[in-house]
Design a protein around this ligand. Structure first.
Ligand SMILES: C[S@@+](CC[C@H](N)C(=O)[O-])C[C@H]1O[C@@H](n2cnc3c(N)ncnc32)[C@H](O)[C@@H]1O
Length: 298
């Protein structure tokens, strides 16, 4: 979403919500000073969010600003997950707790009256949000730092600027009370940190060669420079998907440009996986990080 569309959508959401609120609700919203007003995610969008996040029985879903609890309750009831929601508005927390009991999922979900900025999010395997973009941008450094690599972050209608989503769907919402009759659903997969210098020995082009790869990481995107047998090699297509790393090295070997594709799993300062060799075939690949860098956030 463009910044302008985001601002327009946020403004439209606030105006539409103000119009929808009863005088009592409006006074309560002003009194508690909520950062994002209460607007429930339409049911079709709740499903789309949970599907895009591939929620299943193994998942622990946290909804920041949970409103009437519909996202976490649906995650438990239809997708078998567990989880909790937090909301600054105690009356909404009460509604969510009652609804969880009514729908028979109270043993698997919890709702707490809590400021989302103070909520421990480290247990999430899926984190959902329907908040305004300013809040997402404020939360962004915490998502990268505190969520486990591989955690799926799903947001309704608002994106996270330079941290481009890994997937995005548009859902028709004919009854939407503000903006266009559609909702945007964004998915990010929290990347592991692969930044720094990696070394390994490989049999590229026949003989064993020492390889040193320097990686700079901005969110899930990787840029790099490599020395293959002491000679510069081209780095392309570098990307993290949770703990999975993928990139290509194009090295000059015996006068020929030879392309190898690496795919592996980063585990601390080790990586192991496979390299697809230029002439076909595959070999095991493992490397060690000798200097650790950090994930840049523009
Ligand atoms: C747009 S509603 C989304 C409700 C629900 N997640 C859904 O999608 O149906 C945003 C919710 O965030 C809550 N909220 C706003 N600021 C908050 C804060 N600082 N801490 C916790 N909840 C907050 C509001 O009370 C509101 O219920």
């Amino acid at each position: 979403m463009t910044k302008r569309r985001g601002l327009l959508l946020a403004a439209a959401m606030v105006i539409a919500v103000a119009a929808l609120l009863t005088p009592v609700q409006r006074a309560r919203a002003q009194a508690i000073g909520v950062d994002a007003p209460y607007v429930p995610t339409p049911w079709g969008v709740v499903e789309a969010m949970l599907q895009l996040g591939k929620v299943g029985p193994q998942d622990f879903v946290i909804d920041l600003g949970s409103g009437d609890g519909r996202i976490v309750i649906t995650a438990a009831r239809k997708f078998g997950a567990r989880g909790f929601g937090v909301d600054i508005d105690g009356s909404l927390v009460g509604i969510a707790q009652r609804e969880a009991r009514r729908q028979g999922v109270a043993s698997r979900v919890e709702f707490h009256e809590q400021n989302l900025y103070l909520t421990d999010i480290s247990r999430a395997t899926v984190l959902t949000m329907y908040l305004v973009q300013r809040m997402l941008m404020e939360l962004r450094p915490r998502l990268i730092k505190e969520l486990k690599p591989g955690t799926r972050v799903v947001s309704h209608d608002f994106d996270m600027g330079d941290w481009k989503p890994d997937a995005h769907v548009t859902v028709p919402v004919p009854e939407k009370p503000y903006g266009p009759p559609t909702s945007e659903v964004y998915l990010w997969v929290v990347p592991a940190n692969a930044a720094g210098t990696w070394r390994w020995r490989s049999t590229l082009g026949g003989g064993p060669v020492d390889i040193e790869l320097g990686l700079q990481q901005t969110f899930q995107m990787l840029e790099g420079g490599a020395l293959v047998g002491g000679r510069m090699a081209r780095f392309e297509g570098g990307r993290m998907h949770g703990e999975q790393i993928r990139f290509m090295l194009i090295a000059e070997i015996q006068g020929r440009a030879v392309r190898h594709e690496f795919i592996g799993r980063v585990d601390g300062d080790s990586v192991s996986g496979k390299v697809k060799l230029a002439g076909g075939g595959e070999a095991d690949w493992s490397a060690t990080r000798v200097r650790r860098g950090k994930i840049e956030q523009r």
